[in-house]
Design a protein around this ligand. Sequence first.
Ligand code: GLN
Ligand code: ZN
Length: 762
Amino acid sequence: MKKLISSNLGYPRIGEKREWKKALENHWKGIITEEELIQQTTEIRLEGLQKQKDAGIDLIPVGDFTLYDHVLDTSFMFGMVPERFKREGYTDSLDTYFAIARGSKHAVASEMTKWFNTNYHYIVPEFDQVNPTLVENRPLRFYQEAKEKLDIDGKPVILGPLTYLKIGKGPTNEGISKLLEAFVPLYKQILKELQDAGVKWVQIDEPIFVTKLSTEELFLAKVVYEELNQAAPELNILLQTYFDHPANYKEITSLSVQAIGLDFVHGNSLKQIKEFGFPKNKILAAGIINGRNVWQANLEEKIALLNVIRNDVEVDQFIIQPSCSLLHVPITKRLEQKMDAALKDGLSFADEKLKEIVILTKGFNEGIESVSQEIKENKEALARFTSVVNRDEKALEAYNNNIEQGYPGRKLSFSERIKKQQEVLKLPLLPTTTIGSLPQTAETRQIRTKWRKGEVSNEQYEKFINESIEKWIQIQEDLELDVLVHGEFERTDMVEYFGEKLNGFTTSKYGWVQSYGSRCVKPPLIYKDVNFDKPMTVKETVYAQTLTEKPVKGMLTGPVTIINWSFVNEDVSRTYVQNQIAIALQEEVKQLEKNKIKIIQVDEPALREGLPLNEEKKKEYLEAAVYAFRLATASVKDSTQIHTHMCYSDFEEIFDAIDELDADVISIETSRSHGELISYFNNKKYTKEIGLGVYDIHSPRIPSVKEMKENITKALQTISPRQFWINPDCGLKTRNKEETIRALQNMVNATNEIRKEQHALK
Ligand code: GLN
Ligand code: ZN
């Protein structure tokens, strides 16, 4: 039995108190120079490395750090600067790097999209003009830095060629073989140079291997890894997969590498190795500590799992590591000083997870007795945590009562209930509306911060919110929008807001994770039974409704989005928690109805992102999502109109599920891809009402009346004007007031012109 090795796959970049975010944003604002940015971020990086070293991790990842995104780093390393930036004089400077990520005066940013099933966004590589070169051996630079500055013999992390080339945009219709031809030589060069510099281990991330690959792609993978291995025969390649088990287990585990990293937390890796075995000549890197949640592991259970791997499967050499990079979890719970102690006992952020890995490794190498104290402490901490979780019989009973009422559904079919809704709402053809949030000023954020600190009283805060609502109801009236919103001024974040009001949630103070670029989110923690406490949105919505004759939409975040953007305790099933949230929202819906709100929008922007990577699990996920949404919404009166909103354009795979949500009106974010969408509706019969965002709110540019008219006209070629709604493609929270008013004015003018044309047609 060989000695086990502890390893980590990636460490958060953002700094314990988001120092990284501040440094970046200060640099973008011109407050600090490039040198200062480099110096400050180097400190953050070295601190993270030092902590991993102090924790006792054997294989410390290097080169996983970034100034924006690791996929963009890979593109940049290969000189993949899109032509439009080069035309503007951009070269390979840091300014160019940020321009690709964030856009420049004349060139639009590269697209950004979600990294597999996470809420981390990467910059989509553009392979249109493929002429890659190795601008710099980036992994080597970071390997040397760690060695020289901290005496760490690091493990460079590289985004693997199959994943990198498959997640990009470009000539993929010819398959990726052409791209591989251009890139593999560069990968070989990187590995060869690493080997020559004395590197022992390199981690090549290939999360794409958990999705189904074609026979051709599997063949290419085989050839590519043979080549890579030959290019640096002394180097140990750890081929790393995560977020699920490999979809083609046998092919992937037989690739020509020294070690295979599998996720033992998500998916069926254990079942697969039991069934198909694990190659005798390879090392298994077992991802057994969950890199996607924040709960302390049960070490005894982990030991049992490791024993199974070792004894049943007879793997005799393995590495113990997290299931994926720790970039998806906050850095340390140490800073949560105000948190309830027993609750804190249940937590484990990145630094604490590393400790768990080291304890397990030690236990295996030196005998379980050597860590008996740590195991005892773990057990005690978990027991204290369980005592605050305290699952409630009554909650279960209430839950069962709800579920026993049968599959949730509206009383009337859409075609019948829409008539009743029209009688009440009396909306014109092509009703205009917005998605919910309206511009939040710096003042709004300042007042909220002061209110949270107790420097501003409840009355003052409420007065300020009411004034914002008044101002914007007037603006919406002046713009002649048809369905108004209160503006969500009281919310910082659409999930956190509900998390703070529902029972069962708590929030951390420093539990930030990177979402995209410098933007971080602080997911709430759902740790015990979720239920309704008191109305959450009624006050503001009803106040807005008293100010206007036009309908004001109630605005809720849906159960699937709340759960996907939170960290959820795993002592009960996700579906159970999701349905508990749905039942709580159902109560809020009832309260809104009781207060005469006629339209209720329940947003599900995270529904698509949670879709499992594994084909076999997709159906179940979607069924549960539909169920929860209907549980929250379907008990309304026939005349109450339910809306939903989702932010994505790649919805085709889930459109049937979207339809089954049975919302009366859906709005989907499609302003960037109108063409594709319209063609989709050519072949698809959709009978309910729909709004396809007619302009992109993510850009400060104000689209003209003409441009929006074109968008609308295009949509009306396949969607009947009687079904169609006119709205921007997402919430307007991040835009400023002047931009917003001008853009909405153009939107209303465009609508009026189209209405006239429609009238003339009749
Ligand atoms: N109602 C939310 C808003 O307008 C929806 C946000 C979202 O889709 N991400 O901000
Ligand atoms: Zn949106």
